[in-house]
Design a protein around this ligand. Structure first.
Ligand code: G6Q
Length: 522
């Protein structure tokens, strides 16, 4: 490990007993340990990072800028797949070109957005209709992983803006998901989007086949007017019977988990309308500009990344909790689990060498206040320290329920304060009622969960993941662990279907297959 790592660890060792509450006696700490981007503020004054630690962390980030510029420029930084990483181009709100293999990709990005806009508008206005000439009332997005989590999370987050057709999502290959979703829908009124970058993912294609059969049960063989494809593989969408005018393509320089900004966001665009979708892109673009231009010490994604490094690598906390005090962000923890753990769950460097420090932590969470009545017990009194990342809006969309929102904010602030202050044994009736305190948290405050704010939040976390990955020297943009999963199920299927004997299979798996077979017989 380089000297900066050992310097940071030595500093941590020296200062581990310092209480965050004592650091906060410095009246300038809140200003010095918080950062703004537009109206959004990230407070990290309730962490154990002090000025010397922050300076060392900022030094550690010295190589992030060059890597960041390479990403935005279109260099093939995803070296194991030989791909550029340009989800930022999908939300670029300026006329500057971006080159991949010598070709400006921006005209294509604009054409694609214009096609999405025209299609979404036509569906919303009832100009593109179902087979019977009547408007679609419902849209199902069939996809999984990056082709599902973004639209699901964002559509829920932006419920107050949802004025288009109802949206539904089928992701799990568990037939229960398709069954329960289709149960209350009418094939005559439903538009089906098959969203798959590769158009080969077995879960998605199995669900697509089932839903196609459901459509055909009412529409006969002429279901194609009810189908849309989103994919990079136009040959496969055509072979599936979805014509090019119903297919929205995208390029291999958009990773699945970074794809909400383009055609994979079509269900979101239909729900909230192209104008709101445009604001969503603008919010992300604003965060991109901030990430590109703000000095490291005032750069929100850089600082959030460094806070992550401090907690994970220097303090040794192996998880972090995402705690939105915003019910409509209830799928944000799941979304960030994929974004963060799929990107930074790696054990080798970009050159294939074993890492000599931990990489991505375990991400988990639930919205507050619900979590308070469940796992916060461990956060307050457990033996593991969990850095908490709170998110809270100053304003809600329900002015008539202001009392609820005041209570929500009060709960959020009370939790972070209690985690920091704790309650000493001297002030508690007994040790069961004492709280160690000194537990770190950050708080992201924004005005209101608008499309623009949501765009900023997602881009903030995308770039935070980038910053951490850059410091660890890993490739944050491949996902070989996920690819492995795709191969494994197809090998196991013949054993489950009983078309192959279990000879040669490990004893545990063979035993489980035997149990499935015997349970099915009885
Ligand atoms: C995301 C991953 C993964 C992917 C799904 C679905 O970055 O690559 O989550 O999105 O496996 O893949 P398809 O879109 O190809 O069906």
């Amino acid at each position: 490990m380089g000297t900066i790592w050992s310097d940071l660890k030595a500093h941590r060792k020296r200062t581990a007993d310092v209480r965050i509450s004592d650091l906060l006696k410095d009246t300038s700490r809140f200003d010095d340990f918080s950062v703004n981007c537009g109206e959004m503020l990230l407070d990290f004054s309730k962490t154990s990072i002090d000025k010397p630690a922050l300076n060392m962390l900022l030094k550690m980030a010295h190589n992030v800028e060059a890597k960041r510029d390479a990403m935005f420029r279109g260099d093939k930084i995803n070296s194991t797949e030989d791909r550029a990483v340009l989800h930022t181009a999908l939300r670029k709100r300026s006329d500057e070109p971006v080159f991949v293999d010598g070709e400006d990709i921006m005209p294509g990005v604009k054409t694609s957005l214009a096609r999405m806009t025209a299609f979404a508008n036509a569906v919303r206005k009832g100009e593109i209709t179902a087979n019977d000439g009547k408007p679609f009332t419902d849209v199902i997005n069939i996809g999984i992983g990056g082709s599902d989590l973004g639209p699901v999370m964002a559509t829920l987050a932006l419920t107050p803006f949802h004025d288009g057709p109802r949206t539904h999502f089928i992701s799990n290959v568990d037939g229960a998901h398709a069954h329960d979703t289709l149960k209350n829908l009418d094939p005559n009124r439903t538009l089906v989007i098959v969203a798959s970058k590769t158009f080969t993912t077995i879960e998605t294609m199995t669900n697509a086949n089932t839903v196609l059969t459901w459509l055909q049960s009412k529409l006969g063989n002429d279901a194609s007017k009810h189908l849309v494809a989103i994919s990079t593989a136009e040959d496969k969408t055509r072979a599936y019977g979805i014509p090019p005018e119903r297919t929205f393509g995208f390029e291999d320089w958009v990773g699945g988990r970074y794809s909400i900004w383009g055609p994979i966001g079509l269900s979101l665009m239909m729900a909230i309308g192209p104008e709101n979708f445009g604001d969503f892109l603008s919010g992300a673009f604003e965060m991109d500009q901030h990430f590109l231009n703000a000095p490291l010490a005032e750069n929100m994604p850089v600082l959030l990344g460094l806070i992550g490094i401090w907690h994970n690598n220097i303090c040794g906390y192996p998880t972090r909790a995402i705690l939105p005090y915003d019910q409509r962000l209830s799928r944000l923890p799941a979304y960030l689990q994929q974004l963060d753990m799929e990107s930074n769950g790696k054990s080798v460097s970009i050159d294939g060498e074993p890492l000599d420090q931990n990489s991505g932590p375990v991400i988990w969470g639930e919205p507050g206040t619900n979590g308070q009545h469940a796992f916060y017990q461990l956060i307050h009194q457990g033996t593991s320290v969990v850095p908490c990342e709170f998110l809270i809006a100053a304003e809600s969309f329900e002015p008539e329920l202001q009392n609820h929102h005041n209570l929500l904010i009060a709960n959020c602030l009370a939790q972070s304060e209690a985690l920091m202050l704790g309650r000493s044994i001297e002030n508690a009736p007994d040790s069961h009622r004492a709280f160690p305190g000194n537990r770190p948290s950050t708080t992201l405050i924004y005005r209101k969960l608008t499309p623009k704010t949501l765009g900023m939040i997602i881009a903030l976390y995308e770039h935070r993941v980038f910053v951490e990955g850059a410091i660890w020297g890993i490739n944050s943009f491949d996902q070989w662990g996920v690819e492995l999963g795709k191969e494994l199920a197809s090998k196991m299927l013949p054993l489950v279907e009983k078309t192959m004997p279990t000879t040669g299979v490990d004893a545990s798996t063979a035993g489980l297959i035997g149990k499935v077979r015997s349970l099915r017989k009885t």
